[in-house]
Design a protein around this ligand. Sequence first.
Ligand code: FMN
Length: 206
Amino acid sequence: MLNNTKPLILGVSGASGLIYAVRALKFLLEADYQIELVASKSSYMVWQSENNIRMPVQPLQQEQFWRQQAGVEEAGKLYCHPWGDVGANIASGSFRTLGMMIIPCSMGTVAKLANGLSSDLLERAADVQMKEGRKLVIVPRETPFSLIHLRNLTTLAEAGTRVVPAIPAWYHNPQTIEDLVDFVVARALDQLDIDCIPIQRWQGHR
Ligand SMILES: Cc1cc2nc3c(=O)[nH]c(=O)nc-3n(C[C@H](O)[C@H](O)[C@H](O)COP(=O)(O)O)c2cc1C
């Protein structure tokens, strides 16, 4: 039984930190969500650089690839879209969704979204969420931010996008890289009202 009848769009852009996308996918599939995943063209290069892995372009092969990376063989539903397929279901506002999370989100994608450009499927799907008044959550990763990055992020925040930077906290006593990553992913999913990651939440001083 799927957790929700409406799918969630997961956008993966060409910023560093693909582990954020992998951990998000793992928990969402395990919680039986239906995921429509679109990875930008640049993200293929990041897979190569960060993990020395070639991500398949073909949708079914890519689904297997992501499931393997996430360590989730069967749970949930996953559809992978080619980056250039602007005729896909998620390119239309008539296709109903829970919203979209872009994780990690590059400054290139931030700039294009802030200016209404829809030059690939990831950008178009995000543009659609905004025009339909649905939830759009981005997890930007860059340091330092230029003034232009900050202005573009501000534009998106003003338009209702939730900006959850890839900045982990330390008060939950993280022991592993996954602890740090999962904290960021959980806070991003909080913005979509999705609670499927067992992080330690602050309970006040005890
Ligand atoms: C290994 C690698 C790491 C990168 N890391 C970042 C990053 O952390 N943040 C960022 O904004 N761009 C980063 N880039 C640059 C983007 O991939 C590049 O600007 C690209 O055009 C973004 O396209 P996209 O937004 O369509 O994915 C990285 C590129 C490579 C190859």
